[in-house]
Design a protein around this ligand. Structure first.
Ligand code: GLN
Length: 276
């Protein structure tokens, strides 16, 4: 399993989010604390971040372990952002290597990461409908890139972020494809994430929200997301609700049972949960 993290809040150096925390993503590349599949995340890494006023994120991805990259510490020290999504990779057997296979994957304003594996890759993909053009546009022959094509298709069709993630998992499982599907999606203003087979945590206050595979420090405010749930968050709201039951029910954006919404935070006067 890879480890991934997304941050929204005041602009801070990337190092504040990724490198400085005692158990941050940088350290998780060699010493994750909650990883159940794989031991180290040495098969590459990627950082995606948004610059204020520019809707399209920048990415820095490498095929080497994060700890061995001579440039990442300098880059993270001098680059600040209010919205970040990053991942360290432990490649699934049978998937491609290299920089292009490292999350985050991207399209327009979106950044996407997958922590998990599609069982039976690549043959299992036979059961899943993806348009030929989207297949040919895949950044790498990796289960995560394939799943990203499914998510992106739903986003392009107008699904809200959380609904696109949930509908993709529902479609995959309805087709009889098993695996672990912790997804993480960002657009610079919101984060959506699923807990489906591995750990997922969040920490939120009036200023910022962080969603991660595992806590990066001992702060008591880290909260686990229950298994088979989808989280959506902005700076003013955070919503957690169940994923549709595995393998049953109609597929489609928005087919999500009512969920529990964490009360709005900070100085917001929001009264509605963000649509997922
Ligand atoms: N299957 C994905 C990959 O190979 C994610 C791997 C993981 O979560 N360890 O990159």
């Amino acid at each position: 399993m890879c480890r991934h993290l997304a941050y929204l809040g005041p602009a801070v150096p990337l190092a504040t989010v990724l490198i400085d925390p005692p158990h941050g993503l940088y350290r998780q590349s060699w010493a994750p604390r909650m990883q159940q599949h794989g031991t180290v995340n040495a098969d590459g890494f990627g950082i995606g971040w948004y610059a204020p006023g520019d809707p399209v994120p920048a990415r820095y991805r490498r095929s080497v372990p994060m700890w061995s990259d001579p440039s990442v510490l300098d880059l993270a020290r001098v680059t600040s952002s209010p919205a970040v999504l990053a991942a360290v990779r432990c490649a699934t057997t049978g998937t491609a290597g290299g920089e292009a296979a490292a999350a985050p994957f991207s399209s327009g304003p979106w950044l996407f990461s997958h922590n998990g594996a599609m069982d039976g890759w690549p043959q299992a993909a036979d059961k899943l409908p993806v348009r030929a053009g989207d297949l040919l546009a895949m950044e790498a022959l990796v289960d995560s890139a394939f799943l990203w094509a499914m998510v992106a298709e739903r986003l392009r069709a107008g699904a809200a972020p959380g609904a696109a993630l949930a509908a993709t998992i529902e479609a995959v499982q309805a087709a009889g494809v098993t695996g672990r599907f912790n997804f993480l999606l960002a657009d610079g203003h919101s984060i959506a994430a699923t807990a489906c087979g591995d750990s997922l945590w969040y920490r939120a206050d009036s200023q910022s929200v962080t969603v991660a595979s595992e806590p990066d420090d001992e702060d008591a405010s880290w909260t686990p997301v229950p298994e088979r749930h989808v989280l959506t968050a902005t700076l003013s709201d955070l919503d957690i609700r169940p994923l549709p039951a595995g393998g049953s029910g109609p597929e489609g954006p928005g087919v999500i049972p009512p969920g529990s919404r964490v009360p709005p935070r900070g100085n917001t006067d929001a009264t509605e949960g963000i649509p997922i």
